[in-house]
Design a protein around this ligand. Structure first.
Ligand SMILES: [Ca+2]
Ligand SMILES: [Ca+2]
Ligand SMILES: [Ca+2]
Length: 270
Protein backbone atom coordinates (compact mmCIF):
# COMPACT_ATOMS: atom_id res chain seq x y z
CA UNK A 1 0.00 0.00 0.00
CA UNK A 2 1.34 3.40 -0.86
CA UNK A 3 1.93 5.86 1.89
CA UNK A 4 -0.66 8.25 0.58
CA UNK A 5 -3.45 5.70 0.62
CA UNK A 6 -2.35 4.60 4.08
CA UNK A 7 -2.58 8.15 5.29
CA UNK A 8 -6.02 8.57 3.74
CA UNK A 9 -7.18 5.38 5.40
CA UNK A 10 -5.88 6.46 8.77
CA UNK A 11 -7.37 9.92 8.35
CA UNK A 12 -10.76 8.44 7.55
CA UNK A 13 -10.59 6.16 10.56
CA UNK A 14 -9.63 8.90 12.95
CA UNK A 15 -12.17 11.35 11.61
CA UNK A 16 -14.73 8.59 11.97
CA UNK A 17 -13.75 8.49 15.63
CA UNK A 18 -13.39 4.73 15.88
CA UNK A 19 -9.73 3.83 15.88
CA UNK A 20 -9.59 0.84 18.20
CA UNK A 21 -11.42 2.73 20.92
CA UNK A 22 -8.74 5.37 21.18
CA UNK A 23 -9.91 7.76 23.83
CA UNK A 24 -7.13 10.27 23.35
CA UNK A 25 -7.15 11.72 19.88
CA UNK A 26 -3.99 13.39 18.68
CA UNK A 27 -4.16 16.02 15.96
CA UNK A 28 -1.74 18.58 14.60
CA UNK A 29 -1.71 21.99 13.00
CA UNK A 30 0.99 23.43 10.82
CA UNK A 31 1.77 27.14 10.67
CA UNK A 32 4.42 29.28 9.06
CA UNK A 33 6.95 30.78 11.39
CA UNK A 34 7.78 34.49 11.50
CA UNK A 35 10.33 36.67 13.30
CA UNK A 36 12.92 34.36 14.89
CA UNK A 37 11.23 31.47 13.09
CA UNK A 38 11.14 32.96 9.59
CA UNK A 39 11.87 30.21 7.10
CA UNK A 40 10.56 27.56 9.49
CA UNK A 41 7.26 25.78 10.05
CA UNK A 42 5.67 25.08 13.41
CA UNK A 43 3.87 21.79 13.81
CA UNK A 44 1.78 21.77 16.99
CA UNK A 45 0.57 18.47 18.44
CA UNK A 46 -2.64 18.37 20.48
CA UNK A 47 -4.29 15.61 22.50
CA UNK A 48 -7.99 15.53 23.31
CA UNK A 49 -10.66 13.24 24.70
CA UNK A 50 -14.40 13.73 24.73
CA UNK A 51 -16.29 14.21 28.02
CA UNK A 52 -18.49 11.36 26.84
CA UNK A 53 -15.60 9.04 25.98
CA UNK A 54 -14.61 6.04 28.09
CA UNK A 55 -11.79 8.16 29.47
CA UNK A 56 -13.96 11.19 30.24
CA UNK A 57 -17.02 9.43 31.63
CA UNK A 58 -16.91 8.71 35.38
CA UNK A 59 -17.47 5.22 36.68
CA UNK A 60 -20.85 4.49 38.21
CA UNK A 61 -20.01 2.81 41.54
CA UNK A 62 -23.45 1.18 41.74
CA UNK A 63 -22.77 -1.06 38.74
CA UNK A 64 -20.23 -3.90 38.57
CA UNK A 65 -18.92 -2.92 35.16
CA UNK A 66 -16.73 0.11 34.58
CA UNK A 67 -18.52 2.90 32.77
CA UNK A 68 -15.47 5.10 32.40
CA UNK A 69 -12.40 6.57 34.06
CA UNK A 70 -13.52 10.08 34.81
CA UNK A 71 -10.32 11.69 33.55
CA UNK A 72 -10.33 15.48 33.55
CA UNK A 73 -7.09 16.45 31.87
CA UNK A 74 -3.94 15.44 30.04
CA UNK A 75 -1.10 14.61 32.40
CA UNK A 76 1.86 12.72 30.96
CA UNK A 77 3.79 12.16 27.77
CA UNK A 78 6.84 10.09 26.92
CA UNK A 79 7.84 10.36 23.29
CA UNK A 80 10.51 10.61 20.65
CA UNK A 81 10.33 13.39 18.08
CA UNK A 82 12.36 13.22 14.91
CA UNK A 83 12.51 14.74 11.47
CA UNK A 84 11.14 12.40 8.82
CA UNK A 85 13.40 10.10 6.88
CA UNK A 86 13.99 11.44 3.42
CA UNK A 87 14.16 15.00 4.58
CA UNK A 88 17.06 16.97 3.12
CA UNK A 89 20.20 15.82 4.95
CA UNK A 90 20.77 19.18 6.61
CA UNK A 91 17.26 19.38 8.03
CA UNK A 92 17.02 19.43 11.81
CA UNK A 93 14.81 20.59 14.65
CA UNK A 94 15.10 24.21 15.75
CA UNK A 95 15.28 25.00 19.47
CA UNK A 96 14.94 28.27 21.35
CA UNK A 97 18.02 29.42 23.25
CA UNK A 98 17.94 31.76 26.23
CA UNK A 99 19.84 31.84 29.51
CA UNK A 100 17.28 30.32 31.87
CA UNK A 101 19.46 29.65 34.90
CA UNK A 102 21.27 32.98 34.80
CA UNK A 103 24.83 31.71 34.45
CA UNK A 104 25.60 33.68 31.33
CA UNK A 105 25.36 30.74 28.93
CA UNK A 106 22.32 30.10 26.76
CA UNK A 107 20.13 27.10 27.56
CA UNK A 108 17.88 25.14 25.22
CA UNK A 109 14.30 25.87 26.23
CA UNK A 110 13.06 22.30 25.78
CA UNK A 111 9.75 22.99 27.59
CA UNK A 112 9.13 26.46 26.17
CA UNK A 113 8.94 27.95 29.66
CA UNK A 114 10.18 31.29 28.29
CA UNK A 115 7.19 31.76 25.98
CA UNK A 116 4.06 32.82 27.85
CA UNK A 117 1.40 31.70 25.39
CA UNK A 118 2.12 28.83 23.01
CA UNK A 119 -0.96 28.77 20.82
CA UNK A 120 -1.44 32.33 19.60
CA UNK A 121 -0.14 33.82 16.38
CA UNK A 122 2.58 35.80 18.17
CA UNK A 123 4.13 32.59 19.47
CA UNK A 124 4.88 31.56 15.89
CA UNK A 125 7.77 34.00 16.13
CA UNK A 126 9.31 32.71 19.34
CA UNK A 127 8.49 29.06 20.02
CA UNK A 128 11.15 26.43 19.77
CA UNK A 129 10.86 22.67 19.50
CA UNK A 130 9.60 21.33 22.82
CA UNK A 131 7.41 18.96 24.79
CA UNK A 132 5.21 20.18 27.63
CA UNK A 133 1.81 19.55 29.20
CA UNK A 134 0.14 22.36 31.12
CA UNK A 135 1.89 25.15 33.03
CA UNK A 136 5.47 25.21 34.28
CA UNK A 137 6.48 25.91 37.86
CA UNK A 138 6.72 23.97 41.15
CA UNK A 139 4.61 20.82 41.05
CA UNK A 140 3.62 21.50 37.48
CA UNK A 141 5.38 20.29 34.30
CA UNK A 142 8.18 17.94 35.38
CA UNK A 143 10.38 16.39 32.73
CA UNK A 144 11.99 13.27 34.21
CA UNK A 145 14.03 12.57 31.10
CA UNK A 146 15.33 14.88 28.39
CA UNK A 147 17.59 13.30 25.80
CA UNK A 148 20.17 14.32 24.79
CA UNK A 149 21.14 15.49 28.27
CA UNK A 150 22.56 18.96 28.63
CA UNK A 151 19.72 21.29 27.68
CA UNK A 152 20.64 23.41 30.72
CA UNK A 153 24.16 24.83 31.06
CA UNK A 154 26.37 23.89 34.00
CA UNK A 155 29.22 26.03 35.24
CA UNK A 156 32.04 25.59 37.70
CA UNK A 157 31.05 27.37 40.94
CA UNK A 158 34.57 28.74 41.43
CA UNK A 159 35.73 29.70 37.97
CA UNK A 160 32.30 30.28 36.39
CA UNK A 161 33.55 28.39 33.35
CA UNK A 162 31.21 26.17 31.41
CA UNK A 163 31.31 22.50 32.43
CA UNK A 164 30.54 20.15 29.58
CA UNK A 165 29.27 21.12 26.15
CA UNK A 166 27.16 24.23 25.74
CA UNK A 167 23.44 23.62 25.19
CA UNK A 168 23.75 25.59 21.97
CA UNK A 169 26.18 22.92 20.78
CA UNK A 170 24.28 19.91 22.08
CA UNK A 171 20.98 21.11 20.66
CA UNK A 172 22.26 22.23 17.27
CA UNK A 173 21.50 20.10 14.24
CA UNK A 174 19.37 17.59 16.16
CA UNK A 175 17.28 15.23 14.07
CA UNK A 176 15.84 13.32 16.98
CA UNK A 177 15.27 13.84 20.69
CA UNK A 178 13.19 12.45 23.49
CA UNK A 179 11.28 13.64 26.54
CA UNK A 180 9.38 11.89 29.30
CA UNK A 181 7.46 14.02 31.71
CA UNK A 182 4.26 14.69 33.56
CA UNK A 183 2.28 17.45 35.17
CA UNK A 184 1.29 15.85 38.49
CA UNK A 185 -0.49 18.87 40.01
CA UNK A 186 -1.84 20.66 36.98
CA UNK A 187 -3.12 18.35 34.24
CA UNK A 188 -4.21 20.32 31.18
CA UNK A 189 -8.00 20.49 31.40
CA UNK A 190 -8.23 21.71 27.81
CA UNK A 191 -7.79 18.09 26.78
CA UNK A 192 -11.35 17.19 27.80
CA UNK A 193 -13.42 18.75 25.06
CA UNK A 194 -16.45 18.13 22.92
CA UNK A 195 -14.21 19.01 19.97
CA UNK A 196 -11.92 16.00 20.45
CA UNK A 197 -10.55 14.93 17.10
CA UNK A 198 -10.87 18.34 15.49
CA UNK A 199 -7.38 19.45 14.46
CA UNK A 200 -6.00 21.84 17.07
CA UNK A 201 -8.57 20.94 19.75
CA UNK A 202 -7.47 19.84 23.20
CA UNK A 203 -4.21 20.22 25.06
CA UNK A 204 -0.99 21.24 23.33
CA UNK A 205 1.76 18.80 24.28
CA UNK A 206 4.48 19.19 21.66
CA UNK A 207 5.76 21.56 19.02
CA UNK A 208 8.21 20.78 16.25
CA UNK A 209 9.96 23.73 14.62
CA UNK A 210 11.71 22.76 11.41
CA UNK A 211 12.60 24.21 8.02
CA UNK A 212 9.61 25.05 5.82
CA UNK A 213 8.07 21.94 4.31
CA UNK A 214 9.81 19.54 6.69
CA UNK A 215 8.00 16.64 8.25
CA UNK A 216 8.04 15.63 11.91
CA UNK A 217 7.34 12.28 13.51
CA UNK A 218 6.27 11.73 17.10
CA UNK A 219 5.93 8.33 18.67
CA UNK A 220 5.51 7.25 22.24
CA UNK A 221 2.91 7.26 24.96
CA UNK A 222 0.47 9.73 26.39
CA UNK A 223 -1.92 9.62 29.32
CA UNK A 224 -4.64 11.54 31.08
CA UNK A 225 -4.88 11.84 34.88
CA UNK A 226 -6.99 8.67 34.99
CA UNK A 227 -7.31 5.65 32.76
CA UNK A 228 -4.96 3.77 30.49
CA UNK A 229 -1.75 4.96 28.91
CA UNK A 230 -2.29 5.26 25.18
CA UNK A 231 0.17 5.00 22.37
CA UNK A 232 0.94 7.70 19.83
CA UNK A 233 1.66 6.11 16.49
CA UNK A 234 2.83 8.42 13.79
CA UNK A 235 6.01 6.48 13.14
CA UNK A 236 5.11 4.88 9.86
CA UNK A 237 3.62 8.01 8.36
CA UNK A 238 5.22 11.07 9.86
CA UNK A 239 3.47 14.28 9.16
CA UNK A 240 2.47 16.29 7.45
CA UNK A 241 2.74 14.33 4.24
CA UNK A 242 3.36 16.94 1.52
CA UNK A 243 1.35 14.87 -0.94
CA UNK A 244 -1.46 14.01 1.40
CA UNK A 245 -3.70 15.57 3.98
CA UNK A 246 -0.86 17.67 5.32
CA UNK A 247 -1.06 19.94 2.32
CA UNK A 248 -4.09 21.65 3.83
CA UNK A 249 -2.19 22.15 7.05
CA UNK A 250 -4.41 19.98 9.19
CA UNK A 251 -4.49 16.33 9.94
CA UNK A 252 -5.02 13.58 12.40
CA UNK A 253 -2.64 11.09 13.91
CA UNK A 254 -3.52 7.49 14.44
CA UNK A 255 -3.55 6.53 18.06
CA UNK A 256 -4.50 3.23 19.54
CA UNK A 257 -4.78 1.92 23.05
CA UNK A 258 -1.86 -0.32 23.82
CA UNK A 259 -2.61 -1.61 27.24
CA UNK A 260 -4.83 -0.96 30.18
CA UNK A 261 -3.40 0.13 33.46
CA UNK A 262 -5.52 0.90 36.51
CA UNK A 263 -4.00 4.29 37.08
CA UNK A 264 -1.69 6.87 35.62
CA UNK A 265 1.92 6.87 36.62
CA UNK A 266 3.81 10.09 36.66
CA UNK A 267 6.67 8.49 34.80
CA UNK A 268 5.61 6.67 31.70
CA UNK A 269 8.19 4.41 30.16
CA UNK A 270 8.73 3.98 26.47
CA1 LIG B 1 -19.37 0.83 37.53
CA1 LIG C 1 22.33 29.07 31.30
CA1 LIG D 1 12.75 25.97 29.83
Amino acid sequence: MKRRSLLAAVGALVLGGSVARADIQVTFTRMQGAGENAGFDLIRFFAAFAPTSFLGTPDDPTTPQREGWGATGLQAVGAIMRVADGSPPDMSLKFRFTDENGDGFDDADTDSSTVSVRTNLASNQTLGTHFRIGPTGPGAWTPVLVEPAGDMSRTDPVSGELVGPAPRTTYAGLKQWRVEGANPNAPDLAARTALAGVPGAGALFAVAVLPTGGRACVEGQIAANAGPIERIETGFLCIPDPGGLGIIGLGAVALTRRRSTPSMTAQSTL
